[in-house]
Design a binder for this molecule. Structure first.
Ligand SMILES: *[C@@H]1O[C@H](CO)[C@@H](O)[C@H](O)[C@H]1NC(C)=O
Ligand SMILES: *[C@@H]1O[C@H](CO)[C@@H](O)[C@H](O)[C@H]1NC(C)=O
Ligand SMILES: *[C@@H]1O[C@H](CO)[C@@H](O)[C@H](O)[C@H]1NC(C)=O
Ligand SMILES: *[C@@H]1O[C@H](CO)[C@@H](O)[C@H](O)[C@H]1NC(C)=O
Ligand SMILES: *[C@@H]1O[C@H](CO)[C@@H](O)[C@H](O)[C@H]1NC(C)=O
Length: 480
């Protein structure tokens, strides 16, 4: 009898404990979703490009390929100094142009004489690519590489098999000699008189993945990251991370609008990257200067603030150093972003939602959107049929004496991009409306607002919307 009582007691206690520790299951993801490497890339938000090469010494943007390697002679090349620019800018990934259209190689390749090996720089013993990745790693920064398919020097260019072999051999060199590479950049540029040149992108991509398992491949058509369709750093105000890869073609200008906005019905996760230069040109020119801080902030809002990663180019000069003025501008840019976003006027708000999966303590409550953690999110109850209409979340601010003029909304994109249309109300008045959200959506308001109750109303989404963060900020750089 005693044993039976003891048994019942133990099983009762077990049941109580079990019921208390039982978790609400997360909702199902909606395909397509990002890979590990794509998610890591997206959260970098700003990355940096370094255009440096023969053009730096000939004051051009596109070399002819006829330049003599003897022209390449930076007197004080110091990639550690380049990384200072990256550190000041707070970036975690830097991409080097290892070869531009002129075909001059910044590493001592074994497949052509058109490289640093035949230049006076360090008596032909230098390797810019090695210096670059070493300097990056020493600062805890990841490295990426751009290798131009168009090559105006290489004599085999135009002969399909021979040139594709040449290009692949160089890909092997740069992806096996320099350790882990996190991004590789391809474009579809071709000479006007070489339309017969077919690039074997599929073989190239397969080789890249074979040699570098965690790499992201960028091109007009992905497979991992797509071009945004312009070089102004501006994504569509509707911007899906999804597209149909089969619909894309590298180097097809008629697809620029599709690249800019993505495809709500897209079956592949291929998020956009916005490449833009801090200066008018991609290469350094004596008479060009950096964009203003306000211009850079505008670019930030239209790229990172529209679900993209911003790839900003900072070109080293012919001494082999990044201009102090450019470093200063990148530092100002980074500090301005910190000034705006390090203070969140939504913090400490009381939160409410149309529903919360598993209730307030189920792990998917509304308060997740103000916890500063992109891994946690608010999930509403899934309704029959999985409708994504009429869900909302509300923040009631504790302090209404601090105004805001920027609204930040983030989706839990690890579960797929879902939101198709939404509105933001402040004290019952519509202040903002939008279509897509994605990783991060930033809205600038025309004037500072002192409202108390902020409601994000999801008018339409694929399935239940999942919000990871909502923030309210003040941008003092905003004019007017
Ligand atoms: C084709 O390009 C090469 C190399 O840039 C140049 O030398 C040649 O003149 C061009 N041919 C035509 C027909 O434009
Ligand atoms: C491209 O190929 C066509 C057909 O083979 C040929 O007639 C043409 O001359 C080629 N053009 C160039 C620039 O090689
Ligand atoms: C992309 O694929 C989906 C699913 O097959 C289809 O509904 C959609 O129309 C496609 N988009 C384009 C632009 O073809
Ligand atoms: C390149 O930038 C460095 C650092 O600002 C500067 O000392 C050097 O004079 C510049 N070189 C040229 C050619 O402008
Ligand atoms: C969204 O806001 C813009 C102004 O920012 C306005 O022109 C437009 O009519 C609004 N759309 C809807 C559906 O409310």
């Amino acid at each position: 009898m005693n044993n039976l009582v003891a048994f019942c007691l133990v099983s009762l206690l077990y049941q109580i404990q079990f019921s208390q520790s039982k978790l609400t299951t997360p909702p199902l993801p909606i395909s397509p979703t990002p890979s590990y490497s794509q998610l890591k890339w997206q959260r970098r938000e700003i990355i940096m490009f370094f255009h440096f090469g023969m053009n730096t010494f000939t004051d051009s943007e596109w070399g002819t390929g006829e330049e003599s390697p003897s022209l390449f002679n930076p007197t004080n090349l110091d990639t550690n100094q380049w990384m200072e620019a990256a550190v000041e800018a707070g970036v975690s990934l830097v991409i080097l142009v290892a070869k531009h259209h002129d075909g001059f190689c910044l590493w001592p390749t074994q497949y052509t004489d058109h490289s640093v090996k035949w230049s006076p720089w360090r008596e032909g013993k230098g390797d810019v690519l090695k210096d670059f990745v070493d300097a990056a790693r020493a600062r805890g920064i990841d490295a990426g590489i751009y290798l131009s398919p168009w090559d105006r020097h290489e004599r085999t260019y135009g002969r399909e098999v021979e040139y594709n072999e040449y290009y692949l051999a160089q890909l092997h060199e740069i992806l096996t000699r320099y350790g882990s590479v996190q991004e590789i950049w391809f474009d579809g540029a071709k000479g006007k008189n070489s339309t017969n040149m077919t690039y074997h992108f599929q073989e190239w991509f397969q080789t890249v993945k074979q040699l570098q398992p965690s790499i992201n491949i960028f091109s007009d058509a992905g497979p991992d990251i797509r071009w945004v369709g312009d070089e102004a750093g501006s994504a569509g105000s509707t911007c899906w991370s999804t597209v149909n890869r089969t619909h894309l073609k590298i180097g097809d200008a008629s697809l620029e609008d599709y690249l800019n906005t993505g495809d709500p019905h897209g079956t592949d996760w291929v998020p956009p990257e916005c490449d833009v230069s801090i200066r008018p040109g991609w290469f350094w020119h004596k008479n060009e200067a950096a964009k203003s801080l306000i211009q850079l902030l505008d670019i930030y809002y239209e790229s990172v603030g529209r679900n993209c990663v911003l790839l900003i180019n900072v070109p080293p000069n012919s001494t082999g150093l990044v201009s102090e003025a450019d470093i200063t501008r990148m530092k100002e840019f980074h500090q301005a972003i910190q000034t705006i976003f390090s203070i969140d006027m939504a913090k400490g708000s009381e939160t409410k939602a149309s529903s919360e999966k598993g209730g307030t303590t189920g792990g998917f409550g509304a308060s997740n959107v103000i916890d500063g953690n992109e891994d946690t999110y608010w999930a509403p109850e899934q309704r029959d049929g999985g409708h994504g209409q009429g869900h909302w979340i509300e923040l009631c601010r504790a302090d209404v004496n601090t105004p805001f003029n920027v609204v930040r909304i983030q989706e839990a994109i690890q579960m797929g991009q879902r939101i198709k249309e939404y509105e933001v109300f402040v004290d019952g008045i519509v202040m903002v409306n939008g279509t897509t959200v994605g990783h991060k959506r930033l809205h600038r308001l025309n004037w500072p607002v002192f409202g108390r109750v902020i409601r994000v109303w999801i008018k339409e989404s694929w399935g239940p919307p999942l919000l990871s963060e909502v923030g309210l900020h003040f941008d003092p750089f905003r004019k007017g």
